[in-house]
Design a protein around this ligand. Structure first.
Ligand code: HEC
Ligand code: HEC
Length: 417
């Protein structure tokens, strides 16, 4: 495979921003490292470079892969904001069941399928003679089965769960392409009574949120922080390391990552956002905006407006030997969220946001570690973001965090390119 191909790889880098850049290569890259939108925009040749052991040729393919951008969101929000956004059948060539789905949500859904079944894209999609993915072709029986499965999952949730997406591909598949329908023998002996962790004696959810605010440094100290500048390294789950520079100021956010190919930047400014890379500058779509916004918030103190949002107990658990109490609730855009607070320190160790898709929740997990005091505020110096597609996931380790830095507003302007 030495055919010269031009491809666009979606990168996750920097503050975890999804980054897109294009480059020419004579080695194709792994199909799974390309998002559909990326590959569809170009006649690219996703090849199994991972399988061929060609990763070394594509430095880029190992810092990132696709973008975590197209995370499906709560249907009502998505529907309201996307009246003009193209649907899957408008953007793609051969959509039979996912009609009406906002096109921007299709990539995330495909990753959810792959992860739920523990397979790669080419389990359902075929390649042509040049080893290029042909996403619209129906030559593999698994793609046809998947169509039936999507319909079945939608029908099942409608019939049995009043249209709530309780059953997803993962409910049955659990990372396998052939789910088990018969329990294995010898069967495990189930204890007569599973002790439930007692939540009696626990402070009320509002008190846990209050304790968090205190643990971070208190309302006043938090309010004094108007901007935050973070510098460090981004370590993708698949390996590699790049320099990261993140700037937060109110509803503005900028993340810059320096790769051997050049500088790649993600910007949020109010309701808009942009991507700038060595090849192009473009606006983020509605799904990308949500993903980038979620990431930006992972570098900020938990935004809690008083009165605290209504949360309920979600139980107790342990994260790395540390006992946590879980609170459950919903974000203003109605997506479900779980917060895991360290019972000893009161600090937030984990946040999980559940993006709604038509076939079940697509979680994004944020893990916070290595809290250190900066100007009287406790800030996590390590932030790990995990997506259902492991290629998107990675850890940011910051070495320098400063507050109330001079903010150059031009950094948040639409990139000129
Ligand atoms: C379990 C099977 C399965 C897996 C795995 C899968 N897909 Fe799909 N894909 C489908 C099905 C089914 C459709 C068509 C949906 C429809 O007809 O509504 C589709 C459609 C698509 C389309 C639209 C093609 C067109 O023009 O009509 C793209 C692009 C796509 N998939 C990309 C991907 C990518 C990228 C991956 C890997 C991250 C992936 N798919 C993994 C089953 C799968
Ligand atoms: C209610 C349980 C259930 C749900 C939900 C479910 N599946 Fe399946 N799926 C099965 C079973 C059972 C099989 C058959 C396994 C076998 O043949 O060994 C199967 C088979 C498949 C196959 C063929 C397996 C292969 O590799 O040959 C594909 C592809 C598939 N499912 C995709 C999906 C997708 C995508 C979703 C979510 C939209 C989904 N399934 C949801 C139970 C389920």
């Amino acid at each position: 495979m030495t055919k010269e191909t031009f491809k666009r790889l979606m990168l996750v880098a920097s503050s975890g921003m999804a980054l897109v850049f294009s480059f020419a290569t004579d080695h194709a890259t792994s199909a799974d490292s390309l998002t559909p939108s990326a590959t569809l925009h170009s006649a690219s040749t996703p090849d199994a470079d991972a399988a061929n052991g060609n990763e070394a040729h594509l430095w880029a393919a190992f810092i990132q892969q696709a973008q975590p951008t197209a995370t499906p969101t709560a249907a009502p929000v998505a529907a309201a904001s996307q009246t003009t956004a193209p649907t899957a059948e408008q953007k793609y060539k051969n959509i039979q069941v996912l009609k009406g789905l906002p096109a921007a949500q299709l990539p995330a859904l495909m990753h959810l399928f792959s992860t739920s079944l523990g397979v790669r894209c080419d389990h359902c999609h075929v390649r042509n003679a040049n080893n290029e993915m042909e996403w619209d072709k129906d030559d593999k029986p698994d793609k046809k089965t998947a169509r039936k499965m999507i319909q079945m999952t939608i029908d099942l949730n409608k019939a049995a769960f009043n249209n709530r997406t309780e059953v997803s591909c993962y409910t049955c598949h659990q990372g396998h392409d052939h789910p088990l329908s018969i329990p294995p023998l010898p069967a495990a002996i189930v204890p007569a009574e599973m002790p439930r962790p007692a939540l009696t004696g626990m402070p009320a959810p509002e008190q846990i949120l209050e304790q968090y605010v205190q643990a971070v440094g208190g309302k006043e100290a938090i309010a004094k922080v108007t901007s935050r500048h973070l510098k460090g390294q981004y370590l993708p789950q698949r390996g590699g390391q790049v320099a990261v520079d993140v700037l937060l100021a109110g509803d503005k956010f900028s993340s810059t990552v320096t790769t051997p190919q050049g500088v790649i930047q993600r910007i949020l400014n109010g309701t808009k956002g942009w991507l700038l890379d060595p090849k192009e500058g473009r606006e983020l779509d509605s799904e990308e905006l949500i993903t980038v916004r979620d990431m930006a918030e992972a570098f900020d103190t938990l935004k809690l407006k008083e009165p605290f949002p209504k949360m309920t107990f979600g139980g107790k658990d342990k994260i790395n030997e540390r006992e946590v109490v879980i609170l459950r609730g919903a974000l203003p855009d109605k997506r479900r969220v779980r917060l895991f607070f360290d019972t000893a320190s009161g600090l937030l160790l984990r946040k999980v946001i559940y993006n709604n898709t038509i076939v079940g929740p697509d979680p994004v997990q944020f893990d916070f570690d290595d809290y250190q005091a900066v100007d009287g505020i406790k800030v996590p110096f390590t932030v790990r973001i995990s997506y259902t597609e492991p290629g998107f996931s990675g850890t940011r380790k910051f070495t320098e965090i400063k507050h109330n830095v001079a903010v150059d507003e031009t950094k948040f302007a639409m990139p000129k390119k």
